[in-house]
Design a protein around this ligand. Structure first.
Ligand code: MG
Length: 270
């Protein structure tokens, strides 16, 4: 009898171990009911995709990087004159040399369009940690208005790897996990070439990007699968070779400072 009771206890505890394991698995953020990404074995936002290795960055890589003489300064800490929303002026907060997302005031976009460029930008996720996964310190940088390099508080904040800080959102996780603490300034240096189509609207050159976060290369000449989407397959839709830089309002008060851009030149041009 005692043996039976023991076996029962063992069985029950084994079952609860299984149930704890499965509930842990269920708690891993992500989706399994989404399409498989082309050329990969992962679902869009797959929770089982490996988390990129953790790298501790140097403290101040490219912080305060002064713009070269031919750069276009998009934000110098003073005003949002180079930015707008779809219908009107940008309404994010500007103080102490940074701009800050104002919830529900809309994503902001540059008034000018850019195609192939070098972009420098610094950001800080909110000091006050609220939410989890995609709800924590979420913003993003949309290149050509369509191709998102993710901004997220990825400091001890599990999420699906193709949505963590530095991901090409919904397409590729970064090569490394390089988070800083909430509220600490971080730098992005991004080199982008926009996609091109021929006269028959056939894609002849995908969008590609090199991304350096806090001095660590996260992507090198990586080609986007298409425009950024949530829970869907990315697709390319023809657009002009130039488009705006868009900073995402995802409802979290993320800050940005020192933003400048240079159009990539061409060889053998005077
Ligand atoms: Mg985002």
């Amino acid at each position: 009898m005692r043996k039976t009771a023991f076996s029962l206890v063992a069985l029950v505890s084994a079952m609860s171990a299984v149930s704890i394991l499965s509930s842990c698995a269920q708690e891993k953020p992500g989706y399994k009911d989404t399409p498989i990404l082309p050329g990969q074995k992962w679902h869009v936002h797959d929770p089982d995709r490996p988390v990129p290795p953790l790298v501790t960055p140097g403290e101040t890589f490219s912080h305060g990087a002064p713009p070269p003489s031919d750069a276009i300064v998009l934000f110098d800490g003073k005003d949002l004159s180079k930015w707008r929303i779809d219908r009107g002026d940008a309404r994010w907060k500007v103080e102490n040399g940074y701009m800050e997302v104002v919830k529900d005031s809309g994503s902001i976009r540059t008034r000018d369009d850019f195609g192939d460029f070098q972009l420098h930008l610094e950001f800080a996720t909110p000091v006050k940690v609220e939410g989890s996964s995609q709800g924590r310190g979420n913003s993003g940088i949309y290149l050509c208005g369509r191709y998102e390099v993710q901004v997220l508080d990825s400091y001890n904040n599990p999420t699906y790897p193709d949505g963590q800080l530095g991901a090409l959102y919904g397409q590729f996780p970064p090569l490394a996990t390089v988070p800083k603490k909430p509220g600490e300034w971080q730098s992005y240096d991004i080199f982008f070439e926009s996609p091109r189509w021929d006269e028959n609207k056939k894609l002849i050159k995908p969008a590609s990007v090199t991304v350096i976060l806090n001095g660590v290369v996260l992507h090198h000449k990586k080609e986007f699968i298409g425009g950024s989407t949530h829970r869907e397959l990315p697709v390319y839709r023809p657009h002009p070779p130039k488009g705006p830089i868009v900073l995402q309002d995802h409802g979290n008060p993320t800050r940005f400072r020192n933003i400048w851009i240079r159009n990539l030149g061409e060889y053998d041009q005077p």
